[in-house]
Design a binder for this molecule. Structure first.
Ligand code: UT7
Length: 337
């Protein structure tokens, strides 16, 4: 699917992030699984990740990231935004959605709903929030990406435990003009459901409520196949939005891709012809945080000066489903909350 922003655009106007306190480093994982710090670092680029503590959940992380994004945008009160779009595949309950609980924590009473496109969720949610604004349904939207994959990984599985971490990131979108700094778009969004089994949790949903084998309730990943699709699709989708926007590859100052594996980011950048220093990476410290990955990377890069106002930024994500998508913006003058 491709979308083209009409006269009224969604403009990024606030940014916030939230991570659990508990750090799980490679050495701790290597102490209980058949792996090593060296293997994890060289094969994924990850040194440590954050994991939710007892009682800490997706709603907690999402609400804190949302609170910080609202503060960053200078917004307060029940009418601060008209809608909360929460990208997550680890909602606190199977039913209902978690977004209304997040909105309630923030004192917001407008529309609130979850969107599940797994690791591509944040880019899909930007398109959805932007659509609400472009269609005149909302003036401002809080878009959050939050996940706690520590609740989905099998603690005995060395192929997933080292990869995934927990976290949340959020942005405020406001109505504006397509040529303003921060205006989002165009978008490029895709899916390939035939390949759902490459990365999924088989039981727990409507098709198979429960299984006697506890492994069916954990995330199972065919890593190498997912890796290949991620490299190819992120590069392909990035090219599509660049072409649609009339940007050359050389126009891109920063590539903020889904932080799944440092080698995927490097491969996608190489296929695109982007220099290594255009690649924004915080995967070393946070691992793969699924829907939270891009806004967390944006918040870190904005805070440490890697991302500066005026930079032309390419966002690209890939995840289970399979799903993938990309968008572009010129970085606005925002300070993370
Ligand atoms: O968020 C979006 C979706 N997720 C992703 O995009 C993740 C995509 N996949 C990946 O990042 C990589 O495929 C992994 C990091 C998961 C795996 O890396 P790989 O280079 O594809 O390794 P592999 O699965 O081909 O395994 C290579 C070897 C195997 O041993 P043999 O058969 O060569 O003897 C594995 O058993 O590494 C072994 N291995 C490990 N060894 C030590 C697999 N996991 C580990 C481990 N520690 N944690």
């Amino acid at each position: 699917m491709s979308t083209q922003a009409p006269g009224r655009a969604a403009v990024l106007a606030g940014l916030g992030a939230s991570l659990p306190v508990r750090i799980l480093d490679n050495h701790e994982i290597a102490g209980r699984l058949d792996t090593s710090d060296e293997w994890i670092r060289t094969r994924t680029g990850i040194a440590e990740r954050r994991v939710a503590g007892p009682g800490e959940s997706t709603v907690d992380l999402a609400a804190e990231a949302g609170r910080r994004a609202l503060a960053s945008a200078g917004l307060t009160g029940p009418d601060a935004v008209d809608a909360v779009v929460l990208a997550t595949s680890t909602a606190d309950q199977l039913c209902p959605a978690s977004a209304p609980q997040v909105a309630a924590r923030l004192g917001l009473g407008g529309a609130a709903f979850d969107l599940n496109a797994v690791c591509s969720g944040f880019v899909y949610a930007l398109a959805t929030g932007g659509g609400l604004i472009a269609g005149g349904v909302a003036r401002r939207v809080l878009v959050i990406g939050a996940d706690t994959f520590s609740s989905l990984v099998d603690p005995a599985d060395r192929t997933t435990v080292p990869i995934f971490g927990d976290g949340a990131g959020a942005v405020v979108l406001r109505a504006g003009l397509p040529d303003e700094p921060g205006a989002l778009g165009p978008f490029d969004l895709h899916s390939e459901g035939e390949l759902a089994e490459l990365l999924w949790v088989e039981a727990g949903g409507a098709k198979r409520r429960s299984s006697d084998d506890p492994r069916d309730h954990f995330l199972v990943m065919q890593g190498t196949a997912v890796f290949r699709h991620a490299c190819a699709r992120m590069a392909e989708s990035s090219r599509a939005v660049l072409e649609r926007a009339g940007w050359m590859v050389g126009d891109v100052d920063r590539f903020v891709g889904h932080q799944a594996n440092i080698r995927i980011l490097q491969s996608a950048a190489k296929q695109l012809g982007l220099p290594a220093d255009a690649v924004v990476a915080n995967i070393q410290r946070v691992g793969n945080t699924s829907a939270a990955s891009i806004p967390l990377a944006l918040a870190d890069a904005c805070a440490d000066g890697t991302l500066e106002p005026g930079h032309r930024v390419l966002l690209s994500a890939f995840g289970a489903g399979l799903t993938w998508g990309s968008t572009l913006l010129r970085w606005p003058d925002v300070v993370p909350g």
